[in-house]
Ligand binder design. Structure first.
Ligand code: PMP
Length: 359
């Protein structure tokens, strides 16, 4: 445009201009199967669809400021006070709120790497410095290295459990070792987006009762199949949650999203079906890959990590050619969402073609 070349435009904060862009799934719009975004392969419960229609009839009215009905339902389920629960437009929005409230320029946030790609971006938006700590050789969090990375500038340690994209889980013993090693004035953010699919079943909310510097993040995007509705929640000690309430955008959750989440809680059988399809799918895919000579780390998520290193981009292209979009981290590996047997078989067919053409 004319303006960009001839006049001085406003500039964003330098740390914003330096941010990397989110990666996008290749071919996700055109392929037959979407296995690139860790979505549920099963649509929302009929109870949810009905609740959305009903909520729509009142779409001319504002929701409550902080989604009171959903907060009350979650607080009851989790046996915590209502002022310990916050909801938001996905757990991403809540993570951004936590980082904005508790970190900032001159402070550091420790997190494992490779992990969820949003972490360095949201830390950067908050103006803080990301301190990535490499995963160990088994693609797991290196708890001792993370504890050792804490400095007087550290305000938060961010733990993805199960870890996206490797699927690896921390044991409760490891989480406790981390909590015991980190000073109590440092926030420990436990991102439990995939907890419903996990094998270890570490419960951040239980730990929070013992360690009040814990913030737990959870979501309706995965095991409840509501990714498009954008509903996440955070649980923290009431004292830690108070500044989060103060910094929260009012009306952050739409009335439709709130009604959908409340309805999803009334249909646990639907969540069980989603969890069963994921557990079966990752077992099937990991076994199929092992039969083809590809070992993958045990996954507690709705995805499997294929650590093919410098062959990742080539494997992605073969998967797309077989009709499946996947998420690739060049030089590291490919992450495949599970839950649809046809998609899993297409990935295995792609791997067969891939290994046949290997030089
Ligand atoms: N945390 C992790 C580890 C994730 O993988 C994701 C989604 N891919 C999120 C948080 C964000 O989920 P939401 O849809 O709740 O914002």
């Amino acid at each position: 445009t004319r303006a960009a070349h001839t006049i001085d435009l406003p500039r964003a904060r330098p740390e914003i201009e330096a941010l990397p862009a989110y990666s996008r799934a290749s071919g996700a719009a055109t392929v037959r199967w979407r296995a690139s975004s860790n979505e549920s392969t099963i649509a929302p419960s009929p109870a949810v669809v009905e609740a959305i229609a009903r909520a729509g009839e009142h779409g001319h009215l504002y929701p409550t400021l902080f989604a009171d009905d959903l907060v009350a339902a979650l607080a009851e389920r989790l046996s915590v006070p209502a002022d310990a629960v916050l909801t938001g437009a996905g757990s991403l929005a809540l993570l951004q709120q936590v980082l904005t409230a508790y970190t900032g320029p001159g402070t550091e946030v420790v997190h494992a790497w490779r992990s969820y790609e949003a972490y360095p971006i949201l830390i950067g938006i908050a103006g803080a410095t990301a301190v990535p700590v490499p995963l160990d050789v088994r693609h797991r969090h290196d708890v001792d290295a993370m504890v050792a990375a804490v400095t007087p500038r550290t305000r938060a340690v961010l733990v993805c459990n199960p870890n996206n994209p490797t699927g690896t889980e921390l044991t409760e013993t490891e989480v406790r070792r981390l909590l015991d090693g980190v000073p109590s004035h440092v926030l420990v953010i436990l991102d439990e987006a995939y907890r419903e699919f996990a094998e270890e079943q570490v419960d951040g909310v239980d730990l929070l009762r013992e360690y009040p510097n814990v913030v737990v993040l959870r979501t309706f995007s995965k095991a409840y199949g509501l990714a498009g509705l954008r509903v996440g929640y955070a649980i923290a000690d009431s004292a830690v949650a108070a500044p989060l309430h103060a910094a929260a955008p009012p009306f952050g959750l739409s009335s439709v999203a709130e009604a959908a989440a409340c309805a999803a809680l009334t249909d646990p059988g639907h969540t069980d079906r989603i969890v069963d399809s994921v557990r079966g799918g990752r077992r099937y895919l990991r076994t199929g890959l092992a039969d083809r000579g590809i070992e993958t780390p045990a996954s507690g998520g709705n995805f499997v990590w294929i650590p093919v290193a410098d062959r990742a981009t080539a494997l992605e292209a073969t998967c797309v050619a077989h009709g499946v979009s996947v998420r690739t981290f060049a030089g590291e590996g490919v992450r495949v969402t599970v839950g649809d047997r046809d998609a899993e078989n297409a990935v295995l067919a792609a791997v067969d073609a891939f290994t046949a053409h290997r030089p």
